[in-house]
Design a protein. Sequence first.
Length: 271
Amino acid sequence: MRPYLLLSLLLSLSCFAQEHSLSFGVDYHHQQSSSNGVHLSYQWQFSESFALESRFVDHRTIMIQTNAHQHFIKLKRAMVGVNFIREINNQLNIKAGTGLGYLVHSDKPSLVNKGSVSSYLNVATQFRFTNQLAVEFGQTSYFDNSTLNANHNLYAQVTWLFSHSKSAIIKPSSTKRAIKQPLEAPPNPLPINASSQWQIQLGAFSQKSYAEVLLAKIKTTVGQNNHWNIIYQNKLHRVVSQQFLEKANAEQFLNMLKSQYSLSGFLRQVK
């Protein structure tokens, strides 16, 4: 299957991704005879631990030794694969991936055929400076069935992250009425009191940045900016409402969130 078909499939799945990232990097290959290679990659992350990635690599000129002769060949490669991600903390991730590479260009087909397919393995460490900016350092090992054989690239890349909303994602309202502006208060305002015993939880996240994304969406969609906040409890960042004096009022408010905004949550009792 050609990589273009796989890329088309990935694009069709992009609407289901919880986080997207676009990266530009520089590659170092020990057999490169001119300047370092460069690559451009795009990743669709569907959960905290799983992502799909496509990458285009311009290896520039690579030296190949055959018997007593040296050959210089220019290669370009398209890659599609999966990544498995382990979060160390809010800023540091470790990534391991595998997939297939497809040579889209070879100026010496007698040595390395254009269109040949190879497998690859990738290991990397990513450090996030902000919710939108990260750097990554890693190694990609290619396993070509040609005169290239197994070869290895070290790389460094800068990554731009966007549209991340891991876990609870606000869906469009199922009602036919379009909400043109955020509502400052729900219909029939309910009594809210800081000394009461019930509140609504709409999401819980290991990373605070994801809770902040959900909180911003709730405030934009529902309004009531002073009625929602984030609390840290049992190693999770929880997006909760202020407290209600009566359980019945909290249930009424939760039902309104479900019917008008398609927001799912549950009641929690504050001790």
